[in-house]
Ligand binder design. Sequence first.
Ligand SMILES: Nc1nc2c(ncn2[C@@H]2O[C@H](COP(=O)(O)OP(=O)(O)O)[C@@H](O)[C@H]2O)c(=O)[nH]1
Ligand SMILES: [Mg+2]
Length: 205
Amino acid sequence: MHFKILLLGDSGVGKSSLLQRFMGGRFTAKYHSSVGVELGMHYIEVAGQVVQLLIWDASGEKRFRPLLPSYYREVQGIMLVYDTTSPSSFHSLQSWLDEIERYSKRDVCIVVVGNKCEDLKRRKISQLQGLTFADNKGLAFCEASARSGVNVDQIFATLSLKIHETYYAQYADMYIVRLKPTEEETPRQDAASLFVAENRSRCCW
Ligand SMILES: Nc1nc2c(ncn2[C@@H]2O[C@H](COP(=O)(O)OP(=O)(O)O)[C@@H](O)[C@H]2O)c(=O)[nH]1
Ligand SMILES: [Mg+2]
């Protein structure tokens, strides 16, 4: 079982850094502009099932944008990233959404991510602005920092859970032996759903 996720957003917002942090838990301050599209793989537990995430990290550079439609069509989840210290990256979100609407599956799961949230001195876009934008579009929203690591794992967990709910929950019996507990068992929650239940008011909406 694997879920396909695409990282989108302007160049420099921190997509590669978020992926690197998620996969290795590290952060390197060096700027490395991704060439075209890179693939990261990571395992995560979703609804009691280990799922492989295939994460494409698209370079935000304009000259690579013609490559993207073929990826849009493939993925079930999109992490649309802006930089909380860069108004232009925030204002680009609409054009990214236009492209997503044009090329993606109709029910693709999207989370808007405001990265670099630890950099309070240089912050230009407030959390409320990010939340309002995402809310108006009916999208999930979360701020994160690849540098400090805050919320990075949670965003991937939340997006994975949304993909599970959207595409697979109805077919759960086909790949999960027993999703629902029997009457004698107390219900158990996996890490991802626990996160959503407990942290909705603090991080992801
Ligand atoms: N302060 C801060 N800088 C970050 C963060 N994430 C990435 N950066 C920096 O932003 C720059 C661009 O990051 P990169 O991951 O290459 O962006 P990409 O072009 O979207 O893949 C690099 O200099 C990173 O060190 C973060 O959470 N906080
Ligand atoms: Mg990159």
